[in-house]
Design a protein around this ligand. Structure first.
Ligand code: NI
Length: 140
């Protein structure tokens, strides 16, 4: 009954490379193509965070989107925007800097904090666009 899915879209720019240090240069280029470029490359990421819940009778909101935006910016965007995912971001250390790994780390950050700003809302999905055509979705 009455479950509504509420989403907020945010944006950040970040650099990375996909490179497995256990492989030869040739194998990295074969598997990752231009994403293995030694001197990094950047993407304009879009991220859509979806919270599900029942609307609070007092506000009519599942979650206050202004609060959700502030939370995403403070806890995620500020950690990632204009950063190098391989080098500058503590929670991506020692991981392949793929969209798949990134979206799972973002989930770990946001999932516990959503209940602090919403009575009924819980994190439902994070959709991360690396390019307008390439994106990943994570449901926890
Ligand atoms: Ni890339």
């Amino acid at each position: 009954m009455g479950i509504v899915y509420v989403s907020r879209k945010e944006h950040f720019n970040a650099a990375h490379k996909l490179y497995n240090p256990n492989w030869t240069e040739e194998k990295n280029v074969e598997v990752f193509g231009p994403c293995a470029n030694t001197n990094w490359h950047g993407h304009n990421f879009d991220m859509i965070v979806t919270v599900k819940g029942t609307p609070d009778p007092e506000t009519g909101f599942v979650i206050d989107l202004k609060k959700l935006s502030t939370l995403i910016r403070r806890d995620v965007i500020d950690q990632l925007d204009h950063k190098n995912l391989n080098v500058d971001v503590p929670f991506m250390q020692d991981k392949m800097a793929s969209c798949e790994n990134l979206v799972m780390e973002i989930w770990k950050i946001l999932q516990p904090t959503i209940p602090k700003i919403s009575k009924t809302g819980e994190l439902y999905c994070i959709k991360l666009y690396e390019t307008p055509r390439n994106f990943v979705e994570y449901f926890g």
